[in-house]
Design a protein around this ligand. Structure first.
Ligand SMILES: Cc1ncc(COP(=O)(O)O)c(C=O)c1O
Length: 470
């Protein structure tokens, strides 16, 4: 409540500052208390925020003023050009799905579900309980809390059939989100300048992490049903790669789920090349027409390194994920994690475990499946009606997104710009391709805010598309 009031004052004053001349005096704190019906503490907090943003400056005993931009002496950072030299890869400053937006925008670009789809009540009480416990003041063990390691191992073990030995808690490394697990794997198991096979299209964050680690990506085409085993085998043989990164369940962006026969063939190819499969099971909790079937459940020889995240299904603020890794690779990865961040906040681990071990968690997941279906079908219908030029090649059986093929002649950059000019944020598909895109695509998230505005968003996309293509 207090934070809401602070945000309201900051947002109101930012609007005022935007039109005020430099040096203009802000209303006194007393006037702001009256205007916003807020406490003096809240007003003081809002002022601190504005000062932190560099928008205002306070003079003791005089008041607070709009900060004048001093143009007489611009800072000179030229020396950094020589010190930094060229980057080894051109990495975008901020990928589209990470952009934050104004509240009135129709946000179809993001990769995370909106708060309505999270187990908010469970999260809040888990955080409160965790804050009261030992975890709030102690470091956690480097591989993770043993009880949380055991939970991740058990979750995966439940998907194992007969004849394959399930993983143990020791084979689990808890992570502060699976993104940093990807970086660790690329750094510790692939290495700078070495090749790694990756589905194309694939997750932008994996492409980015690989670029940052200097890993050379080798794309393997992956259609609506997954990659071709023969093509994968050829790529292993041609490049000498020993690692294949893939999302067998509800892939980001296509929503594809591998058929069990395909999964078995892919695993066989990986085994026959003495390689690792990095299985990113990011959407494990987001099945709609099907449930996730981890490929890791068919492997006990250490070929599959399995990543499972709770950041999207529990809460983006509880950044907890895990990898399950067997054999000497585990020690390499644990060493990398130690160097990277030592351990994951025990408080967040305790809260995550609390949420997923409540009986209400299962109930939540069942309800979530229904909500995802309604939202997915709503956006599909809206696109079909208002943006018929955008073709859905496959209804995603799970996940959070639609992957839409646009006509060949589409100028994708212009389309994204035109939509944004009308307050609709969409993600251009190019960011999901490790090399040249195979065509113009859009990725739309059906789990963002305001599903009641999907039709309006689709209408704007449709109009921008029609405007280009006549
Ligand atoms: C396929 C995939 N993998 C990994 C991640 C990273 O997730 P997190 O670091 O939040 O666990 C994402 C996030 O969008 C994703 O889409």
């Amino acid at each position: 409540m207090d934070n809401d009031s602070t945000d309201r004052i900051v947002s109101g004053l930012r609007k005022w500052i935007a039109t005020a001349p430099p040096g203009a005096q802000l209303p006194s704190n007393r006037a702001l208390v009256a205007e916003y019906a807020a406490s003096p503490v809240t007003v003081a907090k809002a002022m601190r925020t504005l000062r932190g943003l560099g928008l205002v400056e306070s003079r003791t005993g005089v008041g607070t003023f709009v900060r004048a931009v001093r143009t007489d002496r611009l800072p000179d950072y030229g020396w950094q050009t020589a010190a930094l030299r060229s980057p080894h890869a051109r990495i975008p400053a901020l990928s589209t799905p990470l952009r934050s937006v104004a509240p009135d925008v129709i946000a179809l670009h993001s990769g995370y579900p909106v708060g309505d789809l999270l187990p908010e009540r469970l999260v809040r009480s888990a955080l409160t309980r965790a804050a009261r416990g030992e975890a709030a003041v102690n470091p956690a063990p480097a591989p993770g809390r043993p009880d949380l390691q055991a939970w991740f191992a058990q979750e995966l073990a439940e998907t194992f059939g007969g004849g394959v030995t399930a993983p143990t808690a020791r084979e689990v490394i808890v992570l502060p989100g699976s993104q940093s697990g990807l970086s660790s794997i690329f750094r510790a198991l692939v290495g700078f300048g070495q090749p790694m096979l990756i589905e194309s299209p694939s997750y932008w964050g994996a492409i980015l992490a690989a670029a940052q680690c200097g890993v050379r990506l080798v794309p393997v085409p992956s259609g609506p049903h997954g990659p071709e085993p023969e093509e994968l085998s050829r790529a292993f043989a041609e490049t000498g790669a020993r690692v294949f990164y893939a999302q067998p369940n509800f892939a980001n962006p296509t929503g594809a789920q591998w058929h069990p026969d395909l999964a078995a063939q892919i695993l066989e190819v990986v085994r026959s090349h003495g390689a690792f499969l990095i299985e990113d099971d990011w959407a494990h909790d987001f099945g709609i027409d099907s449930t996730a079937r981890p490929v890791a459940a068919s492997d006990d020889a250490g070929h599959v390194i399995y990543l499972r995240s709770l950041t999207k299904s529990v809460s983006p603020s509880i950044r907890v994920a895990a990898m399950v890794v067997r054999g000497p690779a585990r020690d390499r990865l644990l060493a990398d994690r130690g160097a990277e961040s030592m351990y994951v906040s025990g408080l967040l681990q305790a809260a995550a475990l609390d949420v997923v071990t409540q009986p209400a968690w299962r109930t939540h997941l069942r309800g979530l499946r229904q909500q995802l279906r309604v939202r997915r079908d709503l956006l599909i219908a809206a696109v079909a009606e208002h943006a018929p030029g955008a073709r859905l090649e496959q209804v995603p059986r799970g996940g959070l997104h639609l992957w839409l093929r646009l006509p060949d002649a589409t100028n994708l950059q212009r389309l994204v710009r035109d939509c944004e000019a009308e307050s609709v944020l969409v993600a251009a598909g190019n960011e999901w391709f490790p090399a040249e895109p195979s065509g113009p695509y859009l990725r739309l998230n059906f789990c963002g805010p305001d599903p009641q505005r999907f039709a309006e968003g689709a209408r704007i996309i449709g109009r921008a598309l029609a405007g280009q293509l006549g």
